[in-house]
Design a protein around this ligand. Structure first.
Ligand code: DP6
Length: 317
């Protein structure tokens, strides 16, 4: 009745933004991501008949704020009539600041809860359950380069390339450590309802997915860089053109983009991507990681740097 699972966050290169079914939490678009190796969330789920309600300890402190969504994820994995759960989580990076902590948390909790209930599930089934809790979490069930296809009543998630087939690094420039002003679930709905660019965003996604898939198959860094930056800026254009506008960037976010542009013109293999938060993720060739880190550290407003390679999917222990 007690199991522990570990999952790493993933960073989308072709983004998920918008839902076609809010009840089942089905995405309106497919997405492609890379799973990281150095940032992790571990979740222990222990079912206890005597417990009156679920409990959550995050990094050894009681946390009631994140509990409702985690309880919901456990309901998805174990059914609403399950015994109450004692959940304890450890996370080695800032939560809810646009660093995909929800992806690794929900992936890990679904794996741990399924095992603690004694239910055997395939990775595809676990990915679907994690995706119902949080869309991006479905991708953290797999390692390396991952595609989430948006078709039918479920999502199909697959590994395009294992982590070691094309070793890239991700340098995260942390520009703000507090929680984001508006969560992605709510922000996506605002975009769907109000952005004049939303339909075009959804309609053009298949082209970006195809370009990224081809670039990954060919290990073509320049092609992947081009489509990933384009797709990221389109997603942020949808956010910015929503009412009310959704602007996650700060001054340092833009300064990091300028640093990366300078590195690119110096011949460094690096590109940026930004999610629902002000942090900038620089994806680079492993030969260039030190150069990228040094340049981002020296950028105004950067508070911290996290470095990671590509890693594996969620698993028990
Ligand atoms: C900008 O997966 O957090 O990071 O399904 O509502 O939980 P919910 O949304 P979530 O959204 C992630 C948005 C993104 C892009 C991405 O990861 O693809």
């Amino acid at each position: 009745m007690r199991e522990t699972a570990t999952a790493q966050p993933n960073i989308a290169l072709i983004k998920y933004w918008g839902k076609r079914d809010t009840e089942l939490n089905l995405p309106a678009v497919g997405s492609i991501s890379i799973t990281l190796s150095e940032l992790f969330t571990s979740m222990t789920v222990e079912f206890e008949d005597n417990l009156e309600q679920d409990e959550l300890h995050l990094n050894n402190e009681q946390n009631d704020k994140l509990l409702p969504r985690l309880s919901h994820a456990i309901d998805i994995a174990a059914g609403g009539d399950r015994p109450r759960a004692r959940i304890s989580s450890e996370c080695n990076f800032p939560i809810a600041a646009g660093l995909a902590s929800s992806a690794s948390s929900f992936a890990a909790v679904v794996v741990a809860a399924s095992a603690a209930m004694g239910i055997e599930r395939s990775v595809g089934e676990l990915a679907n359950l994690a995706g119902r809790a949080s869309g991006s979490a479905a991708r953290s069930l797999y390692g390396g380069f991952v595609e989430l296809e948006n078709s039918g009543d479920a999502v199909v998630v697959s590994e395009l390339l294992p982590a070691d087939a094309w070793p890239l690094d991700v340098v995260v420039a942390v520009t703000e450590t507090g929680p984001k002003p508006v969560g992605s679930t709510e922000a996506m709905e605002i975009s769907r309802r109000t952005s004049p660019f939303y339909e075009r965003w959804v309609g053009d996604q298949a082209d970006d997915l195809a370009s990224a898939r081809n670039a990954i198959a060919a290990r073509d860094f320049a092609a992947l860089a081009s489509v990933a930056e384009h797709n990221c800026l389109k997603m942020h254009s949808v956010m910015w053109s929503s009412r009310p506008p959704i602007v996650y960037w700060n001054d340092a976010t833009l300064a990091c983009l300028q640093t990366i542009r300078q590195l690119q013109s110096d011949g460094v293999d690096v590109f940026f991507t930004i999610d629902a938060g002000p942090q900038v993720k620089a994806v680079c060739d492993t030969a260039d990681t030190d150069t990228v880190e040094t340049a981002l550290r020296a950028t105004d407003g950067v508070r911290d740097i996290l470095r990671s390679g590509l890693g594996e999917g969620a698993r028990l222990r």
